[in-house]
Design a protein around this ligand. Structure first.
Ligand SMILES: NC(=O)C1=CN([C@@H]2O[C@H](COP(=O)(O)OP(=O)(O)OC[C@H]3O[C@@H](n4cnc5c(N)ncnc54)[C@H](O)[C@@H]3O)[C@@H](O)[C@H]2O)[C@@H](O)CC1
Ligand SMILES: Nc1ncnc2c1ncn2[C@@H]1O[C@H](COP(=O)(O)OP(=O)(O)O)[C@@H](O)[C@H]1O
Ligand SMILES: [K+]
Length: 497
């Protein structure tokens, strides 16, 4: 556990660290098979708790220890008087604990058949014990058939449980081309990156981690990849994004200046400024094209709207100790470029988003002001790094870390699960899939929210985590009330209270 402000987060590990923890756990317990037995008990407990009426189970078991867990689970289900069939997917001989588990299943007279794509399945629950953290991708062709069969079975109505992680997901990155789509994933020992990020985060379904007793031995271990954290958005939002106190005034909550909105893109700047205000900034100014000033005043009279080209705007709209949100709708023409240069020269903590990131990528000399945050999506991160988008998709943590070090700032790498990373190398993963956010404008709202939290919190990382969590959580609430199609990016702001 790590504490950020009043909140705790869960540690997440790469495969190398999980192997280290497992090794320590095996030596603490005296042998590894005991741990596999405990894994099977944990699986049994979680599955019968979730599906108390299920009578019929099918378990797909691979050659490794993930299959071993599945085989021992089959023994427990049989002993409980339930119907269970193991479909054997091992195309190499079993050894070690996996072999012992297979022998235990045979002794218990568990029904084991060789997997065939023609197999008809009427089970209520199908368990994926094909591959765990030992998987090397791409999947061999026969295992691709197994994955396809499991997903087809799910479409016919069975519930799917993945042991440790869905087969087909890369445990170190969450990347997958074809993978099992689980309803429930029971992660063993500790959370892995692949349980949370990218395709892996979606394919996991509901995620439970069972530490199998590893918690107590981890305190003394120094682990590679120990800087990774999972943040439960629901826990973070117990505190309002910018909590208000009784003896406060507008100056207590800081000033945010949103800069952007070239011709055609006024909406982006309007949404960002509205977001800053509704998130709780004390005062908000919008510096935009004069054509957008009236629209802003009509929609949000609380936001001071200025023509960015007027000389005196700098003294009116931008104040000492204020935070800038630079980029929403800034555009890639001369107007945007000039504003970018002018604003960077002020050395104020800045949220750099959208076209602000474009201008950043065009100028290798720029140094970001202290306390700044950049908010790229995968494409913007790829442009800043000179990578292909697919490269960022496959290695998002590496990409975010490189950006945080290069620009000496906090990086919010946006996606279904968003990464928040600082220069020191702390990595936070936050958010669950909210397809209602997959609409132009969602990023603009987030950048405005970030402006407000950055003005409020002393700690830049905490500010970023607060905005990202609230954005994701409020989107979920908004989707319930307005629907995933009708809900608009700015509607998120009605669910912050
Ligand atoms: N006592 C134990 O050993 C414990 C094991 N655990 C389980 O063990 C798993 C790790 O076990 P393993 O290290 O045996 O790894 P896996 O069970 O993930 O699989 C390794 C096997 O799959 C094969 N394989 C890998 N990639 C493949 C591909 N693309 N196509 C075809 N075959 C492929 C390998 O050659 C090897 O035979 C964890 O995920 C977890 O489920 C945990 O439950 C903790 C306790
Ligand atoms: N399916 C999704 N699940 C969760 N969050 C999402 C999803 N789709 C988009 N988002 C979030 O919405 C925002 C989109 O930002 P961005 O791509 O910059 O949009 P825009 O530039 O159009 O405003 C990000 O915060 C991203 O994390
Ligand atoms: K699995």
């Amino acid at each position: 556990m790590r504490h950020i402000g009043a909140f705790s987060t869960q540690p997440v590990f790469n495969v190398a660290s999980i192997r280290q923890i497992e090794k320590a756990l095996f030596s603490f317990e005296g042998n590894s098979f005991t741990v596999m037995e405990r894994a099977a008990q944990a699986l049994f407990k979680h599955i019968v708790t979730k599906w108390p009426d299920a009578q019929h189970f099918v378990i797909l078991a691979g050659a490794g220890n993930n299959g071993g867990d599945g085989l021992l689970l089959a023994v427990l289900l049989k002993q409980a008087g339930l119907q269970v069939l193991v479909l054997d997917c091992a195309h190499s001989p079993r050894s070690g604990d996996a072999l012992r588990a297979f022998e235990a299943a045979q002794r218990a007279k568990v029904n084991v058949e060789l997997f065939s794509i023609e197999q008809v399945c009427s089970a209520a629950v199908v368990v994926d014990g094909v591959l765990g953290i030992g998987a090397r991708l791409p999947l061999r062709e026969d295992l691709q058939c197994v994955v396809h069969w499991i997903n087809q079975t799910k479409h016919k109505g069975a519930a799917v449980v993945a042991i440790d992680l869905p087969t087909g997901v890369d445990a170190d990155t969450g990347y997958a081309q074809q993978c099992v789509e689980a309803d429930l994933t029971i992660s063993m020992v500790q959370l892995k990156i692949g349980n949370l990020l990218g395709r892996g985060g979606i394919a996991a379904g509901q995620l439970i981690n069972d530490s199998l007793g590893s918690q107590s031995i981890m305190a003394e271990m120094s682990l590679a990849g120990g800087q990774l954290h999972w943040l439960d958005v629901r826990q973070f939002v117990k505190q309002k994004p910018c909590p208000r106190y009784l003896d406060s005034h507008k100056g207590s909550y800081g000033h945010v200046a949103v800069v952007g909105g070239d011709h055609g893109y006024g909406g982006a700047a309007l949404m960002a400024s509205e977001a800053a205000s509704k998130t709780g900034a004390g005062t908000v100014a919008l510096l935009t094209r004069w054509e957008h000033v009236t629209a802003s005043l009509v929609r949000n009279p609380n936001v001071m709207a200025f023509d960015a080209q007027q000389e005196q705007v700098l003294s009116l709209g931008i104040r000492n100790h204020c935070v800038l949100v630079l980029g929403p709708g800034l555009g890639r023409a001369r107007w945007g470029q000039q504003l970018f240069t002018q604003m960077m020269a002020l050395s104020l903590p800045t949220v750099l988003d959208a076209d602000g990131l474009f201008w950043l990528s065009q100028d290798s000399e720029v140094e970001l002001p202290i306390g700044s945050v950049i908010t790229p999506h995968l494409g913007e991160a790829a442009r800043l790094l000179g990578w292909q988008i697919e490269q960022v998709n496959r290695s998002p943590i590496k990409a975010a870390l490189l950006l945080a070090r290069r620009y000496r700032c906090v990086v919010v790498l946006k996606g279904v699960t968003t990464l928040v990373v600082n220069e020191r190398g702390d990595v936070y993963m936050a958010g669950k899939s909210e397809p209602v956010l997959s609409k132009g404008g969602s990023g603009d709202v987030l950048s405005g929210m970030l402006g407000a939290t950055l003005a409020y919190y002393k700690d830049t990382l905490e500010a970023a985590l607060m905005a990202v969590s609230w954005h994701n959580y409020a989107a979920g609430e908004m989707a319930v009330h307005k629907g995933v199609h009708c809900g608009q990016p700015y509607d998120v702001l009605d669910y912050l209270d």
